[in-house]
Design a protein around this ligand. Structure first.
Ligand code: AQP
Length: 326
């Protein structure tokens, strides 16, 4: 029996190469080894200000991008979180067993509070409870996460433990599977690349736009003129080379930058070539899916049906254990 993994992505904007390097590429490598469930977690995305008229498109775009990137529907289950109401039902139950102080100490909540001063809603605080439901509803044993989600996953494990102690063993304590990629910085060279920050390169960025974005991306700020030597260690463009370029090219960039033999534009042109080559098949696959929306809707509907069954079973067990009538 393969172990089950669950992971999700928010349709809070366009999927970018940070999401790809930090999460999606890792998910693709797990497809054969695990029973994989992936969700477009739209209820997580409504905790920040958004336009309801755009959300449906974003959900479909996210699903298409995931499939185009390599999440083959034959090898995994892909669905949309809001299609399965048990996610929010279980969240409520977890609300009732989780101390507020556990939620208040989450660093992501503290960060999001400051990023959304005009909309500090309780969904930002209870985000880990919905995440716990996403994972535990399917009794997933393993969760691929980036550094930023480790604290949340510890809380998920604590919630599973607390529930099991109080109501009898129901949930596994899911183990983290840490992604090797670091936190990818945005085009500003500093902040985390984020869908909501407009500092990203989309995973299916068109060729022209890709170059326009790379051309102005921040490099080593101390390298002001072409003849100044640069420091690749602090340059975000150099970090991106490490994911997309060959060892030889990386050495060439490192040496050329330190000695000022090459300028930032030469370095960016090489990165552009490699990122573009990497993305080309993804872009083409995504365009095929754009023309075949029904196929994508069917994939999501099949995913919904498969997950619904499991979600219903878990909730029947949970309702019985907590003592409500059904
Ligand atoms: N910059 C990043 N570097 C490495 N990994 C990243 N991830 C996101 N940004 C980076 C990883 O992508 C997965 C899915 O992310 P998410 O959609 O659940 O939420 P997020 O981390 O909040 O993503 P964004 O792009 O930053 O969205 P917004 O702007 O809406 O907050 C996660 O595994 C995450 O680690």
């Amino acid at each position: 029996m393969k172990q089950r993994i669950f992971s999700g992505i928010q349709p809070s904007g366009v999927i970018h190469i940070g999401n790809y390097l930090g999460a999606i590429r890792n998910w693709i490598n797990l497809l054969d080894k695990y029973e994989c469930i992936f969700a477009v977690v739209d209820y997580h995305a409504i905790t920040v200000t958004y336009k309801p008229t755009e959300l449906q498109d974003r959900i479909l775009e996210a699903a298409k991008t995931l499939i185009a990137a390599g999440l083959e529907p034959e090898k995994c289950t892909l669905f949309v979180q809001s299609q399965i109401p048990e996610h929010t039902e279980l969240t409520w139950i977890f609300n009732a067993i989780t101390p507020v102080s556990d939620l208040e100490r989450m660093t992501q909540y503290k960060d999001k509070k400051y990023q959304n001063m005009d909309n500090i809603n309780s969904g930002l605080l209870t985000y880990p409870l919905l995440m716990a439901s996403d994972i535990l509803l399917y009794k997933a044993q393993v969760v691929p996460v980036g550094d930023d989600q480790v604290q949340h996953l510890e809380l998920v494990r604590e919630i599973a433990r607390r529930f099991n102690n109080r109501f009898g063993v129901t949930f596994p304590e899911p183990q983290p599977l840490l992604s090797k990629a670091q936190r990818i910085r945005g085009l500003d060279g500093n902040a985390k690349m984020s869908k909501s920050q407009n500092n990203y390169i989309a995973l299916v960025e068109e060729e022209d736009e890709l170059w326009n974005k790379l051309r102005v991306a921040v490099t080593d700020p101390a390298r002001k003129r072409r003849n100044d030597p640069g420091n690749p260690c602090i340059c975000n463009i150099f970090t991106l080379h490490s994911y997309f370029s060959s060892d030889e090219e990386i050495k060439w960039v490192e040496k050329g930058c330190k000695t000022a033999d090459i300028g930032c534009i030469d370095c960016k042109k090489t990165l552009f070539k490699n990122v573009n080559n990497h993305m080309k098949p993804l872009r083409e696959k995504k365009k095929e899916l754009d023309k075949n929306q029904n196929y994508v809707r069917n994939v999501l509907e099949n995913g919904r049906k498969r997950c619904s069954r499991q979600a219903r079973e878990t909730m029947e067990e949970v309702r019985e254990k907590i003592g409500v009538f059904y």
